[in-house]
Design a protein around this ligand. Structure first.
Ligand SMILES: Cc1cc2nc3c(=O)[nH]c(=O)nc-3n(C[C@H](O)[C@H](O)[C@H](O)COP(=O)(O)OP(=O)(O)OC[C@H]3O[C@@H](n4cnc5c(N)ncnc54)[C@H](O)[C@@H]3O)c2cc1C
Length: 637
């Protein structure tokens, strides 16, 4: 198989404009004749469904929650990047492009990233027009703050609730289309299979999560916007029902999975407090604008923070990276937190935490300014830890947060299965081996509002799409597969809880395929995962019946998929014996402990083909070329 990314020719700045002109169009009067399935109602799916509805397509939109408004995107806190340069501090489309390629450690596709930077400015206009209440400065202009990996302020925000406000904007637009009759909403539906007919994606099979009924939907194209797979680690900052199921089932039907080992560990999360937890809580990266990260200089220093004098503190990020300081990218900040904790200088009861201290900022700006900027985050921190971060430093530690890998897509966001398009966190497209903060919302909305409305038209106008209905035998086969898997899950009738097995999988992944990875740890995980999968299928307990609301059954299906997917993630990490971005191989580091890439051997996207559970997947490589930003050793010093 040759992977063709279909990147348009010509200078990078003109590629997208030229491509938009060269792509075929669907006549306005013909759009309603096409049915499009959009799975997902987060920022990517919600924006896509609303925009495609507005264009006049007949859109079927699915989500697992009871309302599209409850998609995981609602949790996003800190902000969304855009190269508006309102601050006049030297930003530009090119600089955002450059920062993103460098931030991703030169493992992303340049053309996609450039388009993302270009579209970032349109997103802000669109959202303002929808009424998204971005923070403003006194004079009325939209305010900006800084996020990691950038030396300009380009992050637009709505307090610490940016995702919620953006999602409400997309949701309003979506509901307008529902009202107009262009979008039909299917809440509480879980996509469990992709239907491929004559090599093209032509529909999906879902379980109605309320009635248990298995439903079939036919379409002319399928768009997946089903989010990331961070919960394969069990504990993460993601919503607990985030999952890999839709992507994995599409993968089983032929869609290639790209760079699954690129997972992002966020440096500022509330540390794990015990076995009772089912998720972790992020403290937004925006806090690093004003919070200073430090640990005691001395190992095992148990004095309370206010009794540790300045001379005994190590502001290690400011010390090691003077030009970016506390705003180094996430992978760098996370690894350094791990180093100081491994060195015995971590704080708190577990020793697995570092301080994020606002004392200086409060003294400089006043407590009210800090409250205005981050009030809801401080409030959340207090509710969880019972500590007042206005008075004592926050304790933070890295946790799994985002996944850069995902289904492989070309420049048009189409997977290798014609007709199957993938948007937002579910695709692999723009962030390389490390995503910069505030760039996920940007990508999801760029994909949904501004890319897919063009590229889907090109696909529909170029393809021959004979009418298919849900009576086609391919639907019967997919329903059969889905039903069989459900029956198998319920038939095990073992003793082990689903959560217990998921937690064990998470432990294997975090310990062996987490913040740092070695050949030995990866091989250990590759031995442990199939054993656990086997145990799951022999001893899991899934109570209840299939024909009604059964959240255990839903959960079991997702964990079963994770038990297959985890092996692919680990295998990908093993084959990539270089370090890059969030993928840190202990064997490949610079003398001062930074990630050491191996461009000669690994400058490619690893796209994996499914060949069966427990059978070796086939690796396809899309070579990466850098015409604009020459790969160098990333430095934030
Ligand atoms: C705590 C937190 C804070 C964050 N803050 C920021 C931030 O400040 N800035 C930033 O840029 N990024 C941030 N991120 C990342 C960002 O929120 C996500 O990457 C982004 O929202 C993902 O959007 P999405 O539309 O791709 O997917 P999601 O929002 O995850 O939506 C997935 C959709 O797919 C549906 N779905 C999933 N599986 C199925 C299935 N099988 N069948 C049917 N439907 C399905 C779900 O119901 C949902 O509607 C944050 C992430 C976290 C965890």
């Amino acid at each position: 198989m040759t992977l063709d990314a279909h990147v348009p020719a010509g200078p990078i700045a003109g590629k997208w404009d030229r491509h938009k002109f060269e792509m075929k169009l669907v006549n306005p009067a013909n759009k309603r004749k096409y049915t499009l399935i959009v799975v997902g109602t987060g920022l990517a799916g919600g924006a896509a469904a609303a925009s495609l509805g507005e264009l006049g397509y007949n859109v079927l939109n699915f989500c697992i929650q009871d309302s599209p408004r409850r998609a995981h995107s609602i949790a996003a806190q800190g902000g969304i990047n855009a190269a508006k340069n309102y601050q006049n501090d030297g930003d530009s489309v090119y600089r955002l492009f450059y920062d993103t390629v460098k931030g991703g450690d030169y493992r992303s596709r340049e053309a996609n990233v450039y388009r993302l930077a270009q579209l970032s400015v349109n997103i802000i206009d669109q959202c303002v027009a929808q009424g998204v209440p971005f923070a403003r400065e006194y004079g009325g202009l939209l305010d900006n703050r800084s996020f990691g990996g950038a030396q300009v302020s380009r992050t637009f925000y709505a307090r610490g609730q940016t995702g919620q406000q953006l999602l409400l904007g997309a949701y309003q637009s979506l509901m307008r289309q529902v009202h107009e009759g262009h979008v039909r909403m299917f809440a509480r539906r879980e996509m469990l299979d992709l239907v491929v007919i004559d090599g093209r994606a032509r529909g999906i099979v879902c379980r109605n999560l309320t009635t248990g009924e298995i439903e079939r939907y036919a379409s002319d194209a399928v768009i997946l916007a089903t989010g990331g797979y961070g919960t394969v680690y069990y504990l993460s900052t993601n919503a607990v029902n985030s999952n890999v199921t839709a992507s994995w089932r599409a993968h089983r039907r032929g869609a290639l999975f790209a760079n699954p080992c690129y997972t992002q560990i966020h440096p500022t999360c509330i540390p794990v407090s015990g076995d009772h937890q089912s998720k972790l809580t992020l403290m937004s990266e925006s806090l690093r604008n004003d919070g200073r990260v430090w640990v005691p200089k001395k190992k095992g220093d148990t004095r309370p923070p206010d009794q540790i004098p300045e001379a005994d503190r190590d502001y290690y990020l400011e010390r090691k990276y003077p030009s970016f300081g506390n705003l180094v990218p996430r992978d760098v900040a996370s690894r350094n937190a791990k180093h100081v904790c491994d060195d015995g200088r971590g704080v708190g009861d577990s020793g697995l935490a570092v301080y994020l201290d606002f004392a200086d900022a409060i003294q400089r700006l006043g407590v009210e300014t800090i409250r205005e900027k981050y009030g809801n985050l401080f409030h959340m921190y207090k509710k969880i830890t019972d500590e007042d971060a206005y008075k004592v430093p926050m304790r933070i530690y890295p946790a799994i947060h985002y996944t850069m890998g995902g289904l492989w897509v070309d420049y048009n966001l189409m997977s290798n299965v014609p007709g199957l398009h993938v948007l937002g966190e579910a695709n692999f497209s723009d962030h390389g081996a490390n995503r910069l903060g505030a760039s996920a919302l940007m990508q999801g909305l760029a994909d949904g509002y501004f890319v897919i409305p063009y590229t889907i038209g090109h696909y529909l106008a170029s393809a021959t799409l004979p009418k298919v209905t849900v009576d086609h035998p391919a639907f019967a086969e997919a329903v059969n597969c889905t039903q069989q898997r459900i029956n198998q899950l319920l038939a095990v009738k073992g003793k082990r809880g689903i959560r217990e097995i998921h937690r064990e999988l998470g432990r294997i992944m975090w310990d062996n395929v987490g913040m740092s990875r070695s050949e030995a740890s990866l091989r250990a995980a590759l031995a442990a995962i199939p054993r656990l999968r086997d145990e799951f299928w022999h001893d899991v307990s899934v109570p209840g019946t299939p024909d009604n609301l059964n959240q255990s059954l839903e959960y079991a299906g997702r964990v079963a998929d994770y038990l297959e997917f985890a092996e692919l993630l680990t295998l990908d990490a093993l084959q990539r014996s270089e370090s890059c971005g969030g993928h840190f191989r202990e064997e490949s580091q610079t003398p001062d402990g930074e990630a050491l890439r191996d461009d000669a051997n690994f400058s490619y996207v690893a796209a994996w083909e499914f060949t069966g559970v427990g059978s070796a997947p086939v690796l396809h490589k899309e070579p990466l070329e850098f015409d604009e930003v020459h790969p160098t050793q990333r430095s934030y010093k």
